[in-house]
Design a binder for this molecule. Sequence first.
Ligand SMILES: NC(=O)c1ccc[n+]([C@@H]2O[C@H](COP(=O)([O-])OP(=O)(O)OC[C@H]3O[C@@H](n4cnc5c(N)ncnc54)[C@H](OP(=O)(O)O)[C@@H]3O)[C@@H](O)[C@H]2O)c1
Length: 298
Amino acid sequence: MQRDRSLTWRRVDATDLDLTGFQVAIVGGTGGIGRALSRFLASRGARVIVVGQTFRDAEIPGIQFIKADLSLMHESQRAADLLRAETLDLVVFTTGIFAAPQRQETSEGIERDMAVSYLNRLVILRRIAPKLGTGRSAPRIKPRVFVMGYPGTGQIGTLADLNSESSYGAMRAHMNTVAGNETLVLDAAKRYANATFFGLNPGLIKTNIRDNLFGKNSLKSRVTEMLIGLLTPTADTYVRRIAPLLVSPDIEQRSGALFNRRGEAILPSPGLTDEYVQKFMSASEKLVAKADVSLTTR
Ligand SMILES: NC(=O)c1ccc[n+]([C@@H]2O[C@H](COP(=O)([O-])OP(=O)(O)OC[C@H]3O[C@@H](n4cnc5c(N)ncnc54)[C@H](OP(=O)(O)O)[C@@H]3O)[C@@H](O)[C@H]2O)c1
């Protein structure tokens, strides 16, 4: 990962943030990093809507829940339309899994990791982006979208086989989602001028994301997460580092920027040229079309 030294932003203490009146949606905000973020932003006064399968924060003031199985594109479309995009200041995508050792496919014919970690974001983003923040009365910033993934690491995916039909490997399938999420940011920054789009790379953090790869509560899973927990920051620490970035005025003119685990700007992956991004988007749209879901609102 290479730093982008042309972009810096002024750090403030996360506990000094006053987010009263801020309307936030965290897609994947029911668990892991997304959950830590939703709880923190709510503690600073934001109103937060989380999308996921299991709501764990009913007792926290300021957090509301939309239940959806985002492995399905038609569910993602429904969730997008429930988000009330006009009201939103900030959207963060954190939904994800890790590809399983054997290929899994959703009832819509899509490789499961692609569906959960990337394509639902494409559906939601495309449906909400044109309307984002248009109904706000006194906005402090342009509406912002942050896409969490693993950007800047040189992954470009296997363009000819995004659905892992020709051959399958857990890492290969997951790298399609990594490339997809970086591509999503680079494409959206060019596609929409009414909002700004950014990528977040949290680095390694102890969560449940590797359950699908190692098996939930398996010895391998517990040992791996214990080691990650010993060696890396917690989700709460990461969230306190990046929360000020999410609302910083200093990145307003830098749609398309990507940030590492410390919130420092990083350069995009060299292989993700404009031409490649366009091709990747077309291939992604074709895959979503399998589910007969529209990427635009009529
Ligand atoms: N943790 C790391 O080491 C790491 C490293 C690099 C990048 N990242 C990225 O960081 C982001 C967050 O990861 P995390 O570690 O916080 O993962 P996590 O703890 O596994 O949380 C994933 C979230 O996705 C939701 N989710 C999973 N399957 C879903 C489905 N079918 N429908 C709806 N929601 C679903 C979960 O909600 P429910 O529990 O309600 O199902 C949960 O809110 C991901 O984009 C990941 O790629 C993480």
